[in-house]
Design a protein around this ligand. Sequence first.
Ligand SMILES: Cc1ncc(COP(=O)(O)O)c(C=O)c1O
Length: 388
Amino acid sequence: MYELASDSWGEEEISAIQGVIDSGRYTMGEKVSEFELAFASKFGSRHCLMVSSGSMANLVSIAALFYKSDQPLQKGDEVIVPAISWATSFYPLQQYGLSLKFVDVDLETLNIDISKLEEALTPKTRMVMAVSILGNPAELTRLRTFCNKHGLILFEDNCESMGARLDGKYTGTFGDIGTFSTFFSHHISTMEGGLIITDADELFHLMKSIRAHGWSRDLPDDTSIYNKSDDDFFEAYRFILPGYNARPLEFSGAIGLQQLKKLDDLVDIRRKNADLFVELFADDERFIIQKENGSSSWFSFTLILNPDIKTDRKQCLAHLRDEDIQFRIITGGCFPRHDVIKYFDYEIVDNLDNANVAHDRGFFVGNHPKNIEKELTNLHSILDRVVS
Ligand SMILES: Cc1ncc(COP(=O)(O)O)c(C=O)c1O
């Protein structure tokens, strides 16, 4: 069986879990704080907040942008988004009443086609959501320049690309906010978990409150987001923002600390697997594989059947299924083609031709934090046989 994902845990993670059990503190505590500090330091960010998933990282972050004091986001504001990303990149935007402008992707990198940004821009545009798909850095330097030029917020959903780099910087660190996921299949795993990084003190404090019921309890005394009173009784349950409960468990912090130490090695193994994948498929005109931009952390391997060839994707996938090879549509495909789009306020910029090709002709197979030479060679020989 060539699976989509496998775990990267060893003895260290099991001991970390046992350590939490021994401590008797299961809810968010010291280990989560330690992990947040280590994560912020690894990515050179002033602040890091851990939450219960990458999806909650996006939701808590978008919420915070509505409550910041200087030019908060408002209902009806427009956000430029790529046509391909995970559903929960988009949901918080819909839930907070933002209007989405879907821009096509580049067929090779699978990231937003930046030549269409100007066309997507209107006087109502307030933010760009940058997503580096499946480990491959989006054009983040140029997106940052575009946002600076037009006074826009750059929000980086980096949930698929921990450890990737562009122009000497980690993805996730180009934006005003960067979000990460530590779900099972991701570069490091706490099974469920998410992280947010930002350099902005105010956003960080807003997120801290929004993460835990919108209360004031987790904030430092000198925060700018509210004035603490000296009534301890009232302060213990003082609600200042409409928030959620997005707290991670203490286990997640303890495991994350161990996993983070392994991140570089885990990404190196993925990159070695990618070298072989590229060698096997890159010069073959039957397939369009993801073209690396900067240094990808290779979440998985995408293949798009060249629209000029005859082979039907359905047939091709049937062969893979017969051979016990798992696959999925590329990050959910072209998002506006999903039923849920009827609830969105959105527009399509020009056309989504490439996202549609990826949707109709593409799929991905897994990359793993272990050597998969045998699986990749077998995949290649099957596809070589069945794709004409
Ligand atoms: C781009 C992107 N954003 C957000 C998420 C959500 O992360 P989680 O599964 O941790 O909620 C994912 C999940 O893989 C993702 O791919």
